[in-house]
Design a protein around this ligand. Structure first.
Ligand code: IPM
Ligand code: MN
Length: 365
C-alpha cells in the first residue's frame, strides 16, 4: 500500500480530452477526500505531432514508465501520418504496448441494463464475456518495421512466440477461473480463436493453447476459427466466457463485440504487463464528434475502474478496490436510469453524465 499513486494522464486527440477529463473527475469523486491518486498530465498524440513534430516525447514516455498507472483518452487523427503512411497519433499506444511489454489486453464485453443491443431479444446480462487480446506480438509486431520493396511489394511479418502465446493463454484461463462463467450455461470456458486451418503461426498458437490447457482441467475449452467467430459473436454471444486471440484478430473482434453491447463507447480495456498498467477505452478519437460535448465517457470510466482494481490488487490496497466497485455500481445505475449519450440513442451530454456519476459517487463516499 502506498500513500500516493502517481497516474500519468495523457488526454490525446479528438474526444480524448473530453472522456479523459470526465474520468479524472469521476476518479476523484470515487475516492473522496482521501484521494490517494495524483494526476500528472503529459502531452502525446497527433495534435502534439502537428505542433512539435513529436508524437510521443521522451519525457512523456519516461513519466509513463515510472508512473503507477497510465490513463489515456484516445489518440490519432486521420491524415496525420508518418512518411510510411501510418498514423503518428497511434505511436503513444503502440510504443507503450511494446516497450512496457503490456502483453495482456483485457476487454470486457457486457450488455448493461438501459443499453439496447442491436441483436434482437438481448437483455442485460445476456452478453458478458472477455476478449483477451495478445497485445505485444502477432501482426502488430511489424509496426514500424514493415518493408516496401521497390514500390511494388509490401511485407509485414506476423510473429508468434511460445513465450508470448503461453503467457496470454495462461492469463485467459486465470480470468476464466475468476469469472462467473458464460451467461447461457454458467460454464467457465476459454475459446481459442485463431486461423489454424490456414496459417502455421495460428496452428502453433493452438498447439501451445492445448499445452497450457492441461494445467486447467476445471475450465472447458474449445476452438473457433476467427471468421466463424465473427458470426458466433452475433448469433450466440451468450455462449462465450473468455476468448483468447492473436493481436490483430483481437483488435477486429473487439469492435464487432462492442457493437453488440451498444458500440465503441461501451468498450473499456486494460492493457497489462508484469510491471505496468495502461488504461483507455477501446475506441478511437472520433474527430467527427470532438468538441461537441456529446462523447460517451462510460468506456473510459469503466477502464479507470479496472485501473483501480489493478492498482488495489497489486499494492494490497482495498480502498482502491472498493472505489472501483463504487464506480461500477454507479455506472450501472446511471445507465439503467437513462443517462445515455447520443451514440446510445440518448440525449445526455458528456458533462451531464459525468456530473450525475460524480454526484452519485459523492452520496456513496
Ligand atoms: C485499439 C485501437 C488501437 C489498435 C490503435 C489506437 C493503435 O484500435 O486499441 O483497439 O489498433 O490496437
Ligand atoms: Mn481497435
Amino acid at each position: 500500500m502506498k500513500d500516493t499513486y502517481r497516474i500519468a494522464v495523457v488526454h490525446g486527440d479528438g474526444i480524448g480530452p473530453e472522456v479523459c477529463g470526465a474520468t479524472v473527475e469521476v476518479l476523484k469523486a470515487a475516492l473522496g477526500p482521501a484521494n490517494a491518486l495524483r494526476f500528472d498530465e503529459y502531452p502525446a498524440g497527433a495534435e502534439h505531432f502537428l505542433k512539435t513534430g513529436q508524437s510521443f516525447p521522451e519525457p512523456t514516455f519516461k513519466a509513463c514508465r515510472e508512473a503507477d498507472a497510465i490513463l489515456h483518452g484516445a489518440g490519432g487523427l486521420p491524415g496525420v501520418v508518418h512518411p510510411d503512411g501510418t498514423e503518428a497519433g497511434l505511436d503513444f499506444t503502440l510504443k507503450l504496448r511494446f516497450e512496457l511489454d503490456l502483453y495482456a489486453n483485457i476487454r470486457p464485453i457486457r450488455l448493461f441494463e438501459g443499453v439496447q443491443s442491436p441483436l434482437a431479444g438481448m437483455k442485460a446480462g445476456d452478453i458478458d464475456y472477455i476478449i483477451l487480446r495478445e497485445n505485444s506480438e502477432g501482426l502488430y509486431a511489424a509496426r514500424g518495421s514493415g518493408a516496401l520493396l521497390r514500390g511494388e511489394v509490401a511485407v509485414d511479418t506476423l510473429v508468434q512466440t511460445r513465450t508470448g502465446i503461453e503467457r496470454i493463454v495462461r492469463k485467459a484461463f486465470e480470468l476464466a477461473r475468476q469469472s462467473k462463467g458464460a451467461p447461457r450455461d454458467g460454464m467457465r470456458r476459454v475459446t481459442c480463436c485463431d486461423k489454424a486451418n490456414v496459417l502455421r503461426s495460428y496452428a502453433f498458437f493452438r498447439s501451445v493453447f492445448d499445452d497450457v490447457a492441461k494445467d486447467y482441467p476445471d475450465i472447458a475449452t474449445e476452438y473457433a476459427l476467427v471468421d466463424a467467430m465473427a458470426m458466433h459473436l452475433v448469433l450466440k454471444p451468450g455462449h462465450f466466457n473468455v476468448i483468447v486471440s492473436e493481436n490483430m484478430f483481437g483488435d477486429i473482434l473487439s469492435d464487432l463485440a462492442a457493437a453488440t453491447v451498444g458500440g465503441m463507447g461501451m468498450a473499456p480495456s486494460a492493457e497489462i504487463g508484469e510491471h505496468n498498467g495502461f488504461f483507455q477505452a477501446a475506441h478511437g478519437s472520433a474527430p467527427d464528434i470532438a468538441g461537441k460535448g456529446i462523447a460517451n465517457p462510460y468506456g473510459t470510466i469503466l477502464s479507470a475502474a479496472s485501473m483501480l482494481d489493478w492498482l488495489g490488487h497489486k499494492h494490497g490496497d482495498a480502498r482502491l478496490n472498493e472505489a472501483a466497485d463504487r464506480i461500477r455500481t454507479v455506472t450501472e445505475s446511471c445507465l439503467a436510469g437513462g443517462l445515455l449519450s447520443a451514440d446510445l440513442k440518448g440525449k445526455s451530454s458528456t458533462r451531464e453524465i459525468t456530473q450525475a456519476v460524480c454526484e452519485r459517487l459523492a452520496d456513496k463516499a
